[in-house]
Design a protein around this ligand. Structure first.
Ligand code: BGC
Length: 392
């Protein structure tokens, strides 16, 4: 008996030591990596659920908490999961592929069967997807495609080419005359979506550049390709190299300032600005607003971020493309649950990611400006009127 007690005591000590080691491992996560449990969200709606066999069912990895767009997604996931029978955990990668890989490894070690991941860098995320796939986990790319990897099974997305086309068309529909200076901005080249958005915008803007409605103000590479209705990925890459914001509002300000400083009087006056998303649109709009030689501007955006809805109400940003994140979350979780139930999810098409055709589920997008902000975002229950000033 004495011996047995001693063994139990020793086992207890070993277990305690192991727990301390796990605690230390969590604490060694970088301060802003958000990979530690304190900063993650675990939703365990039904403790009686046996689907996870004691582990997590679904791991969700989002690119950064620093942009309202992805905080929206986190909130919509939480709302959707409140009544779910499955256990999930959401981790943020804070704009780092190394954090992203670590996040995926953490979730894999917790026994997930499905990984929903929006990559920071589409190519680099292949390593994270492969780590998950090696354990038999189904990988769903969320909003951003993982590129040049076989390890991605499904893709849930908005129609990103349509986003860019809607932005370009809005500029066309809201300018008057000819020779209008056109300032082009784009997202990060590490994000496949940046190419899709630009492709969509170019498809409608190019004929209007060719016929003289617009004059490109800030990209010699785009000017050189002004007669090409369709651009190769390399050609778009060269343009993006000059006009990328890297999805960073500060970089957007710097680029806009540089472009305005370089522009002569003929590139001022009433101008049009293709801004790729709301975060960069607000920065670019603020910068153009301070240039006294710019008399008016039409500027695009996307994401329907609350701050940009206020900008639209106040007349400081012209439009946004509303991508209903509730729908994307529903599609992603619906797909995950189908997989957990052992069935094959429905898809609506496929995307070539450079290594394979990835089966995809795609949602439509809606253009929002002052004319329909109330109907699309308030009456639809997406936001409350009281979130804004100047709405009834
Ligand atoms: C998303 C946009 C977002 C951007 C920057 C894109 O991949 O589709 O909604 O604004 O990344 O985070």
């Amino acid at each position: 008996m004495v011996k047995k007690n001693k063994t139990l005591w020793l086992l207890g000590l070993v277990a305690l030591f192991a727990l301390m080691l796990v605690g230390c491992a969590n604490n060694t996560d970088g301060d802003d990596s958000n990979t530690d449990l304190d900063e993650s969200e675990e939703v365990t709606a039904d403790p009686g659920d046996e689907s996870s066999e004691g582990g997590l069912d679904v791991g969700i990895v989002l690119p950064t908490r620093d942009e309202p767009r992805w905080v929206q997604d986190e909130q919509r996931f939480k709302d959707a999961l409140a009544d779910s029978d499955y256990t999930t955990e959401i981790l943020f990668s804070q704009g780092s592929s190394a954090n992203e890989l670590q996040n995926v490894q953490t979730l894999v070690s917790k026994g997930i069967d499905v990984l929903i991941i929006s990559p920071h860098d589409g190519d680099a995320a292949g390593a994270a997807a492969e780590a998950a796939a090696a354990e038999g986990i189904t990988v769903i790319a969320y909003d951003r495609l993982i590129t040049n990897s076989d390890a991605v099974d499904y893709y849930v997305t908005f129609d990103s080419v349509a986003v860019g086309a809607a932005q370009g068309q809005y500029l066309i529909d809201n300018v008057e005359g000819t020779g209008i200076p056109l300032y082009l901005y784009a997202g990060a080249a590490s994000d496949n979506n940046a190419f899709l958005f630009f492709e969509g915008a170019w498809s409608v803007l190019q004929p209007k550049i060719a016929d003289g409605t617009f004059v490109i103000a800030n990209s010699s590479e785009a000017e050189a390709l002004a007669d090409s209705p369709e651009l190769s990925r390399d050609e778009m890459g060269r343009i993006l190299g000059q006009i990328t914001t890297n999805w960073d509002p500060n970089e957007a300000i710097n680029k806009a300032q540089t472009h305005l400083t370089a522009a002569g009087d003929e590139l001022k006056g009433d101008v049009a600005i293709l801004a790729p998303n709301d975060g960069t649109a607000r920065s670019i709009a603020d910068t153009f607003a301070t240039d006294s030689d710019v008399t008016s501007f039409v500027i695009t955006g996307q994401d329907a971020e609350m701050a940009s809805i206020q900008y639209i109400i106040d007349g400081k940003q012209s439009m946004t493309v509303f991508k209903d994140v509730r729908r994307l979350v529903e599609d992603a979780m619906g797909m995950a649950v189908t997989i957990l139930d052992g069935d094959t999810p429905e898809t609506t098409g496929s995307y070539d990611n450079g290594a394979k055709d990835v089966e995809a589920m795609q949602s439509e997008v809606i253009v929002v400006d002052q004319a329909n902000v109330q109907a699309e975002l308030i009456d639809s229950g997406y936001y409350e009127a009281s979130d804004f000033t100047g709405l009834e």
